[in-house]
Design a protein around this ligand. Structure first.
Ligand SMILES: O=C(O)CCC(=O)C(=O)O
Length: 293
């Protein structure tokens, strides 16, 4: 459970880092399963709906950047989404009740990149209120050298930055005078978690070390937060998909509409899937993008 100080830090700064959440057994299992996905990626030559591969991927030097929707790929990841201790913490921040609205496993394999440019998750999935957050489960120690998450404390209370370039959503802050001033690194030992508010500015540098940095990310939201942009075809589909994401509580048909700054992630260039593909279009990346991993 979170302390009063934790809760107050989350609301003031927009993030938390909590050590020692997973047991050794849970961490060992997570690592074993994740190693197997890297091995499997060696046999692939291009990205698909599950494996996101960096540009110079090969069997000898796998450049796996992301497993999309890991909870559907292995029960060990699904178990992590339902981790009781984590859900108890999250419910203290955005409950009562919880829904999940996304999951991914981001890799920075040794000496391979892959930076994630500055952005706000809110730019990707704005809702009727901002009672949403993301949890990162550190599968490896997350350090400055291997590209730990970087946050700008307090930025969750500010505006929504422009994530468009040449009229299209590129998934990263594009404002020319943005400098990421005040950014802090979030270094956590394997088995710990980070928690960040959906509007918090964040990013991460390339991995220049010999250590892997693998981070399992889950998005959670309040039951009364309804997406403003979604991929479902009909309202009935939307209702079913929200219900499917419920982890605790019952889906409400009464969205809470807050006075929050919003920019929709539209228009989008078609054919660009992951954040890496979208951000590769960026003309002025702040994190060194010479790593093409
Ligand atoms: O993996 C990272 O360092 C950042 C992840 C992130 O912000 C994202 O995928 O939206």
């Amino acid at each position: 459970m979170l302390s009063k100080e934790n809760i107050s830090q989350y609301h003031t700064e927009g993030y938390l880092a909590i050590e020692g959440v997973l047991s050794k057994k849970e961490l060992d299992e997570l690592r074993k399963v994740t190693d197997a996905f890297v091995e499997k990626s060696r046999s692939l030559t291009e990205s698909d709906s599950i494996y996101d591969l960096g540009p110079s991927h090969s069997a000898d030097s796998p450049r796996l950047r992301r497993i999309t929707n890991p909870i559907a790929q292995h029960p060990v990841y699904d178990a992590m989404l339902h981790h009781k201790e984590i859900l108890d913490c999250i419910e203290q921040l955005i409950g009562p009740g919880l829904r999940q609205n996304g999951d991914k496993l981001n890799f920075k394999l040794p000496e391979q990149g892959s930076p994630v440019q500055w952005h706000q998750d809110w730019a990707f999935y704005p809702h009727t209120n901002d009672n949403l957050l993301a949890v990162g489960i550190a599968i490896d120690d997350m350090t400055l050298d291997n590209g730990c998450l970087m946050f700008i404390p307090g930025s969750h209370k500010g505006r929504i930055y422009d994530h468009q370039q040449n009229g299209y959503f590129v998934g990263a802050v594009t404002e020319p005078d943005f400098t990421a001033e005040g950014a802090v690194p979030v270094q956590i030992k394997a088995g710990g978690i980070s928690i960040h508010h959906v509007r918090l500015l964040h990013g991460s540098a390339a991995n220049t070390s010999k250590m892997s940095r693998r981070l399992l990310l889950f998005q959670y939201c309040a039951l009364d937060a309804w997406p403003l942009v979604h991929a479902t075809k009909t309202s009935d589909d939307l209702w079913e998909s929200l219900k499917k994401g419920i982890l605790r509580g019952v889906q409400t048909n009464q969205p809470r509409v807050s006075d929050v700054p919003v920019r929709l992630p539209l228009p989008r260039e078609l054919g660009l899937g992951s954040i890496y593909q979208r951000q590769s279009e960026l003309e002025r990346p702040l994190f060194d993008a010479t790593f093409k991993g």
